[in-house]
Design a protein around this ligand. Sequence first.
Ligand SMILES: [Zn+2]
Length: 345
Amino acid sequence: MKAGIIYDAIYLEHDTGDHVENSRRLVETMSYLKETGIMEKLVPLSARPASLEELEMIHSPNHISYVKSIAERGGGWLDPDTVMSPKSYEAALYAAGGLLVAVEAVMKGEVDNAFALVRPPGHHAVRDRAMGFCIFNNVAIAARFALTKFNLNRVLIADFDVHHGNGTQDAFYADPEVLYFSTHQYPYYPGTGWINEVGTGEGEGFTVNFPMTAGWGDEEYLRAFNEVLGPAARRFQPQLILVSAGFDPHWADQLAMMQVTITGFARMAMILKELAAELCQGRLIFTLEGGYNLQVVASSVRNIFDVLLGNPEVDDPLGKAPAARKLEGFDEHMEAIKRTHHLEG
Ligand SMILES: [Zn+2]
């Protein structure tokens, strides 16, 4: 197995100061990958900036030029959560472009799969504006790029970040060529992602939301993956799987209230890898979204690379949630989601 890693020092130049989404997330992760010896098993792929034409597949020219002008003015706040430094525009171009390099490498068979360690993250960014630490929607641009450049008809985006990927959902809400599946804490930021948001027009049925009640953990996430994502993916028959990997559902993450473990993330990655092997010649690309506990991010990324390389051993230095407990209501919730998407039997 050849697993690609996309990383560029420009990602550290998106300087957010003491914001939770800061460059230490990547610095720690990269040094952990080196320390644990996994880096030397990976194929390094050089990021490139996305072109304006590529960005405009998802974003309006106004949004792009606005972001550029804020960087030229020395930075500033794009929304109450999203800050820019002078180099943030360039970093954001390379974050989107990094994922495009991953798509090219996987589609051409230069690597079997890949993980793009990029920032700023992307899944909240909508056509006309930045949102929730995200400037451009990296994964949405990559999906559109794969459809256009490689003449695909079906791309699956699976998003396990604790927040709903409203920007990604928006981008493909009326589009049957992209199946968007998301697990996320609900109710929570950004407020979208209820079960009844299923797409519209020709895209109806191609948005699958699995909202999660605060406190649920590995068992509920793995059931969502096995009982909803799996059957939905088999029905859809993707030609490529993209994953918005956010590690903020971890019990030790400071932003949200889910109880997923590092082992849980590795198991989700195994399910995704098996689906990719079964459905699309193993074509699988992860991209970093959220996750704010530095040890959780570093360790989870390392385990996912192990999964991508075919090593089933999981190293979970933080272990189980101290307050893990069985919560009510999951079975009924699962039934409602299966009914909504005609996944019974
Ligand atoms: Zn998040």
